[in-house]
Design a protein around this ligand. Structure first.
Ligand SMILES: Nc1nc2c(ncn2[C@@H]2O[C@H](COP(=O)(O)OP(=O)(O)OP(=O)(O)O)[C@@H](O)[C@H]2O)c(=O)[nH]1
Ligand SMILES: [Zn+2]
Length: 362
């Protein structure tokens, strides 16, 4: 018997550590580093890291582009933290909130050469923890000793990265009848991934015939639009229209995927909204934060559909990327059913940006 943690368990713990501001030790076969999330880093943590060596800040190339810093590592840059830099410097590099009022003055010095695998893993972890994609790090020679002496999680990067890239298996934990305003004969299913990540929901309306294409919607969580009735997007009206359409047809399946803010998490979506108040559009705001414009993983939607026995769909969407991703994953899209509702004076520019930059269909 062994009580040692499995790799998925260690990964889940590392993610939780980063969210709490706790350092994580990352190890490859040839090197190791200690990392903390840049978001909310404290003076004492910075001092702890300085005591171990020369700290650097790993950021994505998207963020580096805004800062005019050199990304020598392809998808990321490792910025050398100047001797006199304090936590406000780290926050200002990681978070674009004050880019316009207090532009960061470079030149930034990027590390070149060496292995960026630990930095890449730290950024991937920060993203899955729904934090800003930036990590304060120091290379350390004796990672196991450091982790053991301080009770820190130690993550083997070479095995963790493929695991993070894989789709975590999802289990249909429970389903129960929930009569909805739009459709009384409805059931809600809860799907739980085995990596400790977010649960997702499926609303099954009626008893759709698994042998025929089902009217389906892949809805991404939008707290502001779905719950608060925000006028900045079209999510709430789309959710209600999709459910009504399925109710009228007597059957359908709506997946409620907990990928808030196109997969960047709610705090980051609010950061993006704050940048939009400064004049950036939805795509530019994501990029300034260091994210791609869409960080969602649509394999989850396809996996849930298949798990429920659906292999072909009539998909309610204006997003051709969703159709492509379903097709890639072996779900046949027999028809695109347009879903254009809820345009108003606050979201007109947002919807136009999605058509212009994200390929959305009118
Ligand atoms: N990052 C970010 N996310 C946003 C913004 N506005 C809305 N969202 C999120 O975008 C997602 C909207 O997803 P969907 O309704 O599936 O929209 P879509 O990809 O345009 O596809 P269709 O609606 O199917 O055409 C939700 O997760 C929202 O929280 C924004 O300005 N920035
Ligand atoms: Zn929305």
């Amino acid at each position: 018997m062994s009580l040692a943690l499995s790799l998925p368990e260690t990964l889940a713990r590392a993610r939780a550590d980063l969210r709490m501001g706790v350092p994580v030790v990352l190890e490859t076969g040839t090197g190791a580093a200690i990392a903390v999330a840049a978001e909310g880093v404290s003076d004492s943590r910075l001092a702890d890291l300085r005591a171990l060596g020369a700290p650097y800040l790993a950021i994505t190339t998207r963020r580096a582009e805004t800062l005019a810093a050199r990304p020598y590592d392809g998808d990321l840059a490792r910025l050398v933290v100047p001797q006199d830099a304090d936590v406000t410097w780290i926050e200002a590099v990681a978070d674009p909130a004050d880019d316009l009022t207090h532009p960061m003055k470079g030149p930034f010095r990027s590390a070149r050469g060496g292995d960026a695998a630990c930095a890449r893993a730290a950024i991937a972890l920060a993203k899955t923890a729904r934090l800003l994609p930036a990590a304060l790090m120091v290379d350390v020679p004796d990672a196991p000793a450091l982790a053991f002496a301080n009770g820190l999680t130690i993550l083997p990067v070479d095995r963790a990265m493929p695991l993070m890239a894989d789709l975590a298996p999802l289990a249909d934990v429970i389903h129960a009848r929930v009569p909805l305003l739009a459709a009384e004969n409805s059931r809600v299913h809860v799907f739980r991934p085995d990596d400790g990540g977010e649960e997702h929901f499926a609303v099954e309306i009626g008893r759709p015939d698994r042998a025929k294409p089902v009217l389906a919607r892949l809805h991404s969580a939008c707290f502001t639009g779905d719950i608060l009735g925000s006028l900045k997007c079209d999510c709430g009206p789309q959710l209600n229209a999709a459910l009504s359409q399925m109710g009228e047809a007597g059957e359908g399946v709506l997946l409620y995927l907990n990928q808030e803010g196109r997969g960047i998490g709610h705090a980051n979506k609010m950061r993006a909204y704050s940048l939009q108040d400064q004049g950036f559009d939805t795509v530019e705001a994501n990029h300034r934060l260091g994210f791609e414009d869409d960080e969602r993983d649509f394999r989850i939607g396809a996996a849930i559909l298949k798990e429920m026995g659906f292999s072909s769909v009539r998909l309610l969407t204006n997003n051709p990327n969703k159709i492509a991703r379903m097709t890639d994953q072996g779900v046949t899209v027999t028809e695109r059913v347009p879903l254009r509702v809820g345009e108003n004076r606050y979201n007109a520019a947002y919807l136009a940006t999605k058509v212009r930059k994200s390929g959305h269909l009118l």
